[in-house]
Design a protein around this ligand. Structure first.
Ligand code: FES
Ligand SMILES: [Fe+2]
Length: 462
């Protein structure tokens, strides 16, 4: 149950975000909000787990998270992608202690129960002496992710067995995701393990920043312009479209600043441009042709950055693609996971240049990353205090200045410049709607697992 006080803050927040375009500061760093958010937001949303290229071979696995639950995301012996709760059915011990690897089986280090990578319990030490060989192993497999699905290589999981399908959840955002994920025949690959680091900041600040905050670049990242890594116009992030869709998703699509010529299609290599013109719809091609920067967030915590940037002040700009996951570790802490992706069929020179541009700007030591993290840390610290929590935050950018763009060829609600906060309001509004809507209680074992308890009951009755 949501405490009355939290419900009042959220219900007022929902009214204010519509009427006044403001958002309550108290949603950022508050332990009770965070507890409710785990259940109400992360308990019901489709959360990004991994890219299928991270587990190309049978037995490959990575350990990933939905809120605090950790899952082994693996490719089983039949090549199928699966997600198992990383917790032994005997006493709950982690059965997999590495973050990635290849294994046909996971043996629990506590008492040795052993599971295959389909999640079935296949070995119980001293089964005869301890259980008289009567333990029904089929009842004690690793708990699966209640819902697991992929979209164009992205593997998502959802803890709510009643949730809508991933396709429906992504909705119109798919039009834009395809521009990034589906522009070559062989698709994308993640290079290396994701970079990971912990920041003392609330995860929503990363999501809010990527979904629509082109405005901060002028101030926070001005040094990038001065260093020659971004286009030579401090307002370089203004010149674009600001688009949001259902379920809190949104993105900004930015072209070159006026008078600054940049290559079409993010300057991608010729073979990829040839493929994308064939693969994407004419509307998607029209949207993508003038692009220099795409930034966006798939609600709740997966963000995309597809940027044209220089690795230093003398090299020509190269595009790179990064996915980032804002994994919450508490109301005032998150782990950032940053993935570098590139088209499998891109030439080696491009892969190398693209990686260099990524590492020097948006990797863990990249200048952009450090600029942003300090702001988010400071906001989180300030908004955790008692008086600061009572404030309203201003989300009014562009109010009365522009209307939705009738000529935009893509779906969603689009505004003709990226200095806007419609995407951020849409994100926060959806977040608050989830927070005030009581979840349907799961009915226990049978529903959340794959029916094994129900089977057991049927067996018992037979
Ligand atoms: S906790 Fe895993 S075998 Fe006992
Ligand atoms: Fe930034």
């Amino acid at each position: 149950m949501l405490r009355d006080e939290l419900r009042q803050i959220l219900e007022k927040g929902l009214r204010d975000v519509e009427a006044d375009w403001t958002v309550p500061a108290g949603i950022i760093n508050d332990p009770e909000m965070h507890d409710a958010e785990r259940e109400r937001v992360f308990g019901r949303s489709w959360v990004f787990l991994a890219h299928d290229s991270e587990i190309p071979e049978r037995g490959d696995y990575v350990v990933r998270y939905i809120s605090e639950d950790q899952f082994i995301v693996c490719r089983d012996e039949d090549g199928e992608i699966r997600g198992h709760l990383n917790s032994c059915r005997h006493r709950g011990m982690q059965v997999c202690r590495a973050e990635m690897g290849n294994a046909s089986h996971f043996r629990c280090p506590y008492h040795g129960w052993t599971y295959n990578n389909k999640g079935s319990l296949v070995g119980v030490p001293a089964g005869r002496e301890a259980y008289g060989n009567k333990l029904d192993k089929s009842l004690w497999q690793l708990k699966p992710v209640p819902k697991l699905d992929t979209y164009k290589g992205l593997i998502f999981g959802c803890l709510d067995p009643e949730a809508q399908s991933l396709e429906d959840y992504l909705g119109d955002m798919k039009f834009y995701l395809d521009i990034v994920l589906d522009r070559s025949d062989a698709g994308l690959e993640v290079i290396g393990a994701p970079q990971r680091w912990v920041v003392d900041a609330n995860w929503k600040l990363g999501a809010d920043n990527f979904i629509g905050d082109a405005y901060h670049t002028m101030m926070t990242h001005r040094s990038m312009v001065e260093l020659g890594l971004a286009p030579p116009d401090p307002k370089f992030a203004l010149y674009g479209e600001h688009v949001h869709t259902e379920n809190g998703h949104g993105l900004g699509i930015i072209g070159p600043p006026p008078g600054i010529p940049l290559p079409e299609f993010l300057g991608m290599p010729e073979n990829i441009v040839e493929q994308l013109q064939r693969r994407l719809s004419p509307e998607q091609v029209e949207v993508f042709r003038p692009v220099a920067f795409i930034h966006g967030t798939v609600f709740p915590n997966l963000s995309i950055g597809n940027f044209l940037m220089s690795k230093d002040h003398v090299s020509p700009p190269t595009s790179f693609l990064t996915l980032r996951l804002w994994h919450p570790l508490g109301p005032d802490k998150m782990e950032i996971m940053s993935f570098f992706l590139v088209e499998k069929e891109a030439p080696d020179w491009y892969k190398e240049e693209s990686y260099q541009a990524y590492v020097r700007t948006f990797g863990i030591s990249g200048a952009f990353e450090q600029d942003d993290a300090e702001n988010w840390r400071s906001i989180t610290r300030v908004l955790g205090a008692q008086y600061a929590k009572t404030m309203e935050l201003n989300y009014q950018m562009g109010r009365g200045l522009y209307e939705p763009d009738p000529d935009w060829p893509g779906p969603g609600k689009a505004f003709p410049m990226d200095y806007a906060e419609a995407n951020q309001r849409n994100f926060m509004e959806y977040w608050m709607q989830l927070m005030v809507t009581d979840p349907v209680p799961h009915t226990g074992n049978g529903k959340v697992s794959d029916g094994t308890a129900a089977e057991a009951l049927a067996r018992a009755e037979a």
